[in-house]
Design a protein around this ligand. Structure first.
Ligand code: MLT
Length: 327
């Protein structure tokens, strides 16, 4: 009896110590740098938003948030790696409307469920979509662009960041509305895609404002319209699709922070609070707004609000994109 009792006491003590160790780890979190996976190449919109909010989150958390660019398969490669990371708060990821909205409709064997395999942290920025083209594109306005692409479907090409990315899904939506199927040129992110657009070596794309706003302002690429009901304060001279003659093309993307499913609630709360503080910080807001980002209100930043958004986006994009993805 004594031996079993002693063993039970030792096991109970170990459990208390174990529980205490886990609670201590959560209380002290973070004690080392945090990796934020960006599932696209450096320099694109997802990377830009991640680095802007990550800069301020690092200050609040007292540890550096280090961006790791893991590109491929429209962002699903990096997000799969993030979903499978240890749920200890030391690996988070910047997802978006593509990876956590469109991807399930386009990847029959997607290795994660956007609505089940993550601990949502919060929405970082809304990112309106623009129809942009190389500077030499032979059309003066959106109506001219539409006429040209319809008449020259076999000669034109559209850039995107991989099947399931924001630029791919919003580009496919645009092409479906125009009734065209141009050649599609895939990149590891719309950072590299934009370089080719600026070099006049790819024709057009649908991309997030935070990526293209500086180049539109600099006149190195053409912007035919923004696909939101109102013009962006960051690009007051770019007409809306409604003004420019394609009222049905209404689409905006978003970028949001996720942790792996099972990340302890106190750690999720610390990360969410750090993101919230970043979005209240004057300099962080200025950097996002200058690029045309839309800063979510307080209610829109919570983990619960992000979970609701993901569920609604997966439901929204499924009927639009089903069957248009990888074979
Ligand atoms: C996308 O198209 O999903 C993103 O713009 C890609 C990127 O962030 O580079």
């Amino acid at each position: 009896m004594g031996g079993i009792r002693m063993k039970s006491l030792i096991l109970a003590a170990a459990a208390v110590v174990g529980f205490g160790t886990a609670a201590l780890a959560q209380d002290n979190y973070p004690v080392r740098q945090v990796t934020m996976i960006v599932p696209f190449a450096a320099g694109g919109p997802t990377d830009v938003v991640a680095r802007i909010v990550g800069d301020h989150m690092s200050k609040t958390l007292g540890q550096q948030i280090v961006v790791e660019n893991v590109a491929g398969a429209g962002g699903t490669t990096g997000i799969t790696r993030g979903a499978q990371a240890a749920p200890d708060g030391y690996t988070i990821m910047m997802g978006h409307m593509g990876t956590h909205g469109a991807a399930p409709a386009l990847y029959a064997n997607l290795k994660y469920d956007p609505a089940k395999d993550f601990a949502p942290i919060g929405l970082a920025a809304g990112t309106p979509i623009l129809i942009v083209a190389k500077k030499d594109f032979p059309a003066p306005d959106l109506k001219g662009f539409i006429a040209y692409v319809k008449a020259n479907e076999a000669k034109i090409n559209m850039a995107h960041a991989g099947v399931g990315s924001v630029s791919h899904s919003t580009g496919v939506l645009l092409n479906a509305q125009l009734g065209i199927k141009p050649a599609m040129i895939a990149y590891r992110g719309t950072g590299p895609a934009l370089n080719d657009l600026m070099a006049n070596s790819v024709d057009y794309m649908a991309d997030q404002i935070v990526n293209v706003a500086p180049q539109i302002a600099a006149g190195t690429i053409k912007a035919y319209a923004i696909a939101t009901p109102e013009r962006s304060p960051a690009l007051p001279n770019v007409p809306t699709t409604k003004e420019a003659g394609l009222p049905d093309y209404q689409v905006s993307a978003w970028n949001a922070v996720f942790a792996p499913k099972g990340t302890p609630a106190p750690i999720v709360a610390k990360l969410s609070a750090a993101l919230d503080k970043a979005l209240d910080d004057e300099n962080t807001r200025k950097r996002l707004l200058e690029l045309g980002g839309v800063i979510p209100d307080k209610a829109g930043r919570t983990p619960a609000a992000l979970q609701t958004l993901v569920e609604s986006e997966v439901a929204r994009w499924n009927p639009i994109l089903k069957g248009m993805g990888e074979k």
